[in-house]
Design a protein around this ligand. Sequence first.
Ligand code: FES
Length: 179
Amino acid sequence: MTTPSADANWQSAARLAAPAGELAMSESHDEPQTRRDLLGKAAFWTTAGTLGFAALGTSRMPMPGVFPGQSSQLKIGLPGEYPVSAEPTRVPGQNLFVLHEADGYAVIGAICTHLGCVVAPTGEGFDCPCHGSRFARDGKVVKGPAPSALPWYEVSLGLDGQMVVDTKKTVPVGTKVVL
Ligand code: FES
């Protein structure tokens, strides 16, 4: 059995010893905590990296790997939008001209056959602004360096009454259709 003063002394000694004990425990846990921190950081960056790559992969998912080819058929409006004229009419938004004469319609490409600049109508034909090629009204070369005539494309009438040009199908120069 302990006396009250002996008990007080023991408690006081225990209180004094406690900080030293905690310090000892803390010192002995320093190394494991550092390792734990390191592992925590590694886990964080691994997760962040994984999520980053997953987000990157997800963002690419809606994009198809192969794109379907663009149609070569273009609707260029109603025939009445291109009145009979000695001057070819530029198709709005396209590198094409419509030539409408008494004997029918023709669609002529506006891309120079030399290096691909867009030609401009002159009233007598077409001039290329890049290297000086000149083309007659029917697209034939008048002056080089263009190696060949401007292409004439197949044109037809669609079910909705619009003119349809197929830019993958050329027709002989001078081919006109009545629409
Ligand atoms: S691109 Fe037309 S003359 Fe060269």
